[in-house]
Design a protein around this ligand. Structure first.
Ligand code: FO1
Length: 310
């Protein structure tokens, strides 16, 4: 079994490649839920939904969130009543949020809801939320402290970041199956997801990083940074904000002691020596995942490295 830690973009693109080589039943995806938030009274879990829509073949892969071909009649109407419309929930997407919210109110957990959604769409990859407890990312900026979605979507990630806080993380527990999937994995992948707001919340849940450290299974990360910028999303500003160099070296330094190998872009070969000095083996490859071929090629290389003895 292969276990992948992921946020809502890079890690999921790698999964698209992995399913060409590994039976979906043999893949477990541990998903960040610290971006979750309440929107008009509904529980929205963006990264879980992106994973589910992707594997259901429903994802708008241009935006890499929401349902492809969705309409926005609900949003247009609710705006007339004076509600904010900065978070673009489409009509079909709305059904998922309503469904999840109703199930949570009945006492279901995020894990239960993810499993039900997977059953609905015949998804065989095991999709696990990182935790069933509420953990929320707040981004501290020069203009104030904002929920991650407010920082990124409403304010377009433009404010200078000073710090990041994961509210509720100390009390949170790994969701059922998370620690088991780490302990039983034949290989562990940290996807090319944002290390600050996608992977860090997963690792900081008491018990998850410790279980990763306790297994001798090979752990490989794919850098979400190429050169001095993120492949997508706010990773650059966020790394800067927590005082980490925005480079593949900066990413490697965050995972020092945790990972065995890191994939960096072939254009970043010059970082090899610095990263190697952290005790991390460097593999240079094309890590910009645009086409199906890119995803398939990288997935193949990562699987080869997971199987390699050194
Ligand atoms: N991202 C945006 O940039 N703008 C949006 O209006 C937006 C709406 C949205 C609705 C549902 C959903 O599941 C995700 C949505 N996202 C939107 C993506 C999301 O904000 C983030 O990209 C993830 O949380 C980061 O992984």
């Amino acid at each position: 079994m292969i276990t992948v830690l992921s946020g809502g973009t890079g890690g999921l693109k790698l999964i698209q490649g992995l399913v060409n080589f590994v039976e979906p039943e043999e893949i477990t995806l541990i998903v960040n839920t610290a971006d979750d938030f309440e929107w008009l009274g509904l529980y929205v879990s963006p990264d879980l939904d992106t994973a589910i829509y992707l594997l259901a073949g429903l994802l708008d892969e241009i935006k890499f969130w929401g349902v492809k071909g969705d309409t926005f009649h609900f949003l247009e109407m609710i705006k007339k009543y004076g509600y904010e419309d900065w978070f673009s929930v489409g009509d079909r997407d709305l059904a998922t949020h309503l469904h999840r919210t109703m199930l949570l109110r009945k006492g279901y957990t995020l894990t239960n809801v993810a499993a039900l959604l997977c059953r609905t769409f015949n998804i065989k990859v095991k999709i696990l939320p990182m935790s069933n407890e509420k953990v929320t990312t707040f981004v501290k900026t020069e203009k104030g402290t904002f929920h991650f979605q407010e920082y990124w979507v409403k304010r377009k990630g433009l404010d200078r970041v000073i710090g990041v806080n994961f509210e509720g993380i100390k009390q949170a527990k790994p969701a059922p199956g998370v620690v088991e999937s780490i302990k039983e994995a034949a290989g562990i992948i940290i996807g090319p997801s944002n290390p600050v707001t996608s992977i860090a919340p997963i690792l900081r849940i008491p018990g998850i990083k410790e279980s990763l450290e306790s297994v001798s299974t090979k752990k490989i990360c794919i850098s979400p940074i190429v050169g001095s910028g993120p492949v997508s999303g706010p990773a650059g500003n966020l790394l800067n904000g927590i005082g980490v160099e925005v480079s593949p070296f900066g990413v490697a330094s965050i995972y020092r002691g945790l990972i065995d190998e890191i994939f960096i872009d072939k254009s970043d070969e010059t970082f090899t020596e610095r990263i190697s000095s952290l005790g991390i083996k460097v593999i240079c490859a094309n890590i910009i995942l645009k086409s199906e071929e890119d995803k398939t090629h990288l997935a193949k290389l990562v699987l080869e490295r997971l199987e390699a003895n050194q």
